[in-house]
Ligand binder design. Structure first.
Ligand code: TEU
Length: 557
């Protein structure tokens, strides 16, 4: 079935914010079909759709109440089949989001499970008695603040949820749950779906003795090592591969929050027959302090040396028998040029520079909607945000526990809040940026008149056409897929430079990820520029002079 996905570039669509075709303020499948030629022109090979199944939308569709039905907000099952057909006619594959660590509490299974302790669906979820003092079964926290347990009066027990209480965790110990998941996968793959992005796959195996975290760091509820990489995780993933994935020519990417390099090798080593690749998170914390009670909201200045070390470690460790995903953005991350770069004076060069250092690496690149036109963070008022994660964290960290002031918290949200990536796609300078003729579910970023697809397509030097060139290089230079990686200038605070080497060709990737003028002491003898983000390439003598956010890829046969 081949590893075609190693040369592919994936485009992630967050459907609710991509394109609204019927004026309800909500993106939909027909809107995506309208834009397939735009994506074909960009050169992407695979589209990953965030969830479009029936859902009460408590976590924007990551709370599913019927896995076999498209939610009316997005359209119908027929629309999904039409999207598959139209994408395949353009030689674009479609990957859907498999959200099976948990369901919605409105799913039939949970509605049954909560009815009684002897209901046939009781063991589809995790139910436990309160502690003797009536408190939760243990001190595990939810990713969205508070306890990972909610008490259900009906049967006098708590149920487990790693996310909102409307997202009860499925019990994968139960063979019936696993078979039901595999049936859902077959349903969609038999309709033509080409693969899966697997939500929270690292969390599906639980430590079913549910021990308290001994170290609480003064917190009432704790997130830590028990929330991922459970004892039967790889057994389940190998069973899924054996029973479903191996029967189809498909591509799989697991969202493996909490995974380190060793865990990633287990998922992606082809000899283990698990997944093709996984999303890791280490490189997305180069502007965050780790291990404080404020969690992801404890932001710090961007540290490029830290970012380079993380990316380099992953490149070197997965060089044999493993595979990296390459991303800076998705629907859960603030926009990279707002977090790690400069999204004002140097926005265009900065966007191209971060794209250059990412797409030059070994792995499968992921482009998140709007990244290809340099969309930036939104910095809204608290009430403009829609994300449950933001509002829950505000209540816990600012109101209840007073760990952060409102201003410090909102400054952090402006950097790393998920809604920064979820503002509607900016298609043109018309009403609501051409996203909808109705009222958008989330405010459009006020900069849409300057930053939009129409402007990008009319500007030969736009970020869009730079991404188009990078994607074309991925398709035409095998060294990007198979070449060895070697980091240069590891300790330079502003320059990211590395080489890629293969028998046929060498590349030198170099970028100044700062506002200052820099000199990269790397030999450029015999190199010729392949792509660069200023009107002329960096001056290449015995060393390279780099202007603010200047980036280039050189090559030599
Ligand atoms: O995210 C899982 C995950 O790891 C989250 O804790 C993520 O790191 C967090 O949202 C970042 O602040 C997946 C989906 O990508 C996310 O959109 C869902 O909300 C979550 O699972 C629950 O399904």
């Amino acid at each position: 079935m081949g590893d075609w996905w190693k040369k592919a570039v994936v485009y992630q669509i967050y459907p609710r914010s991509f394109k609204d075709s019927n004026g309800d303020g909500f993106g939909d499948l027909s809107g995506i079909i309208e834009k397939l030629d735009y994506l074909k022109n960009l050169g992407v090979d695979i589209i990953w759709l965030s969830p479009v199944y029936q859902s009460p939308q408590k976590d924007n569709g990551y709370d599913i109440s019927d896995y076999r039905k498209i939610d009316p907000r997005f359209g119908t099952n027929e629309d999904m089949y039409r999207l598959l057909d139209q994408a395949h006619r353009r030689n674009i594959k479609i990957v859907m989001d498999l959200v099976v660590n948990h369901t919605s509490d409105q799913h039939y299974w949970f509605q049954e499970s909560r009815k009684s302790k002897d209901n046939p669906y009781r063991d589809y979820y995790f139910w436990r008695d309160p502690k003797p003092d009536g408190s939760e079964p243990n001190n595990w926290g939810s990713h969205f603040s508070g306890s990972a347990w909610t008490f259900d009066e009906e049967t006098g027990q708590y149920y487990l949820h790693y996310f909102t209480k409307q997202q009860p965790d499925l019990n994968w110990e139960n063979e019936k749950v696993r078979q039901a998941v595999y049936d859902v996968m077959r349903f969609w793959m038999d309709k033509g779906v080409d693969g899966w992005r697997m939500d929270v796959i690292g969390g599906i195996s639980k430590y079913t003795d549910f021990p308290d975290y001994p170290e609480t760091n003064g917190q009432k509820y704790v997130l830590g090592k028990y929330h991922a990489n459970g004892p039967r995780l790889h057994e389940y993933v190998q069973e899924m591969n054996r029973e479903v994935l191996s029967k189809y020519d498909c591509v799989t990417v697991g969202e493996a929050n909490g995974s380190d390099i060793e865990a990633t090798k287990k998922y992606t080593d082809p000899r283990r027959h698990e997944l093709n690749m996984v999303f890791n998170f280490d490189h997305m914390a180069a502007d965050q302090k780790r291990g404080t009670p404020a969690g992801k909201w404890a932001v710090k200045p961007f540290d490029l040396v830290e970012l380079k070390k993380t990316l380099s470690d992953w490149q070197l460790e997965l060089a044999e028998n493993g595979w990296n995903t390459l991303y800076f953005e998705n629907h859960d991350q603030g926009r990279v040029i707002s977090r790690y770069g400069n999204d004002t004076a140097y926005r265009v060069q900065c966007a191209k520079a971060f794209a250059t250092v990412l797409h030059g690496l070994k792995g499968t690149p992921y482009v998140y909607q709007g990244e290809e036109i340099g969309m930036v963070n939104c910095d809204y008022e608290l009430n403009d945000y829609r994300d449950v994660e933001i509002h829950n964290a505000y209540r816990e960290l600012v109101i209840e526990e007073k760990i952060m002031t409102e201003k410090v918290f909102l400054d952090a949200v402006a950097k790393v809040g998920r809604d920064n990536a979820r503002t509607p796609m900016q298609w043109n300078n018309g009403s609501h940026a051409g996203f909808t003729e109705g009222t958008p579910w989330l405010k459009v970023n006020s900069n849409y008149k300057e930053i939009n697809v129409s402007q990008a397509l009319n500007d030969p030097d736009s970020i869009y056409y730079y991404y188009q060139k990078l994607i074309e290089l991925r398709h035409t230079h095998d060294v990007l897929t198979n070449g060895d990686f070697s980091l240069l200038l590891p300790d330079h605070p502003h320059i990211f430079a590395y080489t890629r080497h293969s028998e046929q060709e060498d590349l030198l990737v170099v970028a100044n990820l700062s506002e200052s003028q820099e000199v990269a002491t790397v030999s450029t003898e015999g190199w010729s520029p392949l792509i660069y983000n200023y009107p002329d390439p960096p001056s290449a003598l015995s060393e390279i002079q780099l202007r603010p956010y200047e980036a280039a890829i050189f090559h030599r046969a």
